[in-house]
Write a protein of this length. Structure first.
Length: 282
């Protein structure tokens, strides 16, 4: 009996053994950019969380846990994912780097021993690479490697979201070549799951997924108003080899988050098309 078993059990709450895939809802946007529409107030948060039971997992910040812990309590509840990092990269308010020099910084929000004691199933951390100052990249690798080893020691699942530090400046930052590089680095550091942006086409995503030997969860990006577009993006990703989706605004900003989750679950776990998922909700 060891921590490996704990990690396997925890990851089994997020990634369904039957399909090998997961539908995770990200609700932690506030810690990096301030209150998001749809989750601005305590009442909005509680109302939305009451409609997310269909998710395989939900990602929250440390401060949100006491507010929403009942969502995770009991049988057949979503797995608990903790957003472990704060960052100021690409922030809409007080954005660093406007002078052309700052490249953004990150900080860990919690030690992993109390995280494990709180019943968290997995944590998510960012991995920024490609900084002009190579010392920043080295610090990111060391930080993520330390978190990976702690997760192994404590039996916690680890999701890494790798990003280019030059996304706003380098047109190649979301190419399959660059994404394949940083997704593979994340897997080799010890990520159990990798969260990745959409590189623009199913062909490019397939190239990234093929070279990363752990499941990749597609990030949702902006959206939420067009349910059919959300389903289409998820179906394209799964068809290109995604291990599931990690959507936030596309779910919690929807008029009926539970319907979006029902459609995503059918696409991710049952392999239905986007049109079939939409017709089932008509």
């Amino acid at each position: 009996m060891d921590a490996r078993t704990g990690k396997k059990i925890r990851l089994g709450r997020l990634v369904r053994p039957e399909s090998g895939r997961a539908v995770v809802v990200a609700t932690s946007h506030g810690v990096t950019g301030g209150p998001p529409a749809g989750l601005r107030t305590r009442d909005e948060i509680r109302a939305v969380f009451g409609r997310l039971r269909g998710a395989d997992g939900i990602m929250v910040t440390p401060g949100m846990v006491p507010l929403v812990e009942d969502t995770f309590t009991g049988r057949d509840r979503p797995g608990l994912v903790l957003h472990l990092d704060w960052k100021n990269h690409a922030r809409g308010v007080y954005t660093p780097g406007s002078d052309g020099r700052a490249e953004g910084v990150l900080a860990q929000l919690a030690d992993l021993e109390p995280v494990a004691a709180a019943g968290v199933d997995a944590v998510m951390t960012y991995l920024y690479v490609g900084q002009r100052d190579t010392r920043l990249e080295r610090a990111e690798i060391e930080r993520n490697a330390r978190i990976a080893r702690d997760c192994e020691r404590l039996g916690l699942g680890l999701i890494i979201e790798p990003r280019s530090a030059l996304e706003g400046d380098d047109p190649d930052a979301l190419s399959a070549r660059v994404m394949s590089m940083y997704c593979r680095i994340s897997a080799d550091i010890g990520a159990d799951l990798v969260k990745a942006l959409w590189p623009g086409s199913p062909e490019a995503f397939a190239e990234v997924a093929e070279s990363c030997y752990v499941p990749i969860l597609l990030a949702g990006g902006k959206g939420g108003e067009d349910r059919r577009g959300t389903f289409g993006l998820a179906a394209d990703a799964v068809g290109a080899g995604a291990g599931g989706v990690m959507f936030g605004r596309r779910v919690f900003r929807a008029d009926r988050p539970e319907d979006v989750l029902s459609g995503l679950s059918a696409i991710v776990h049952d392999g239905v098309s986007a049109d079939e998922a939409e017709r089932a909700l008509a």
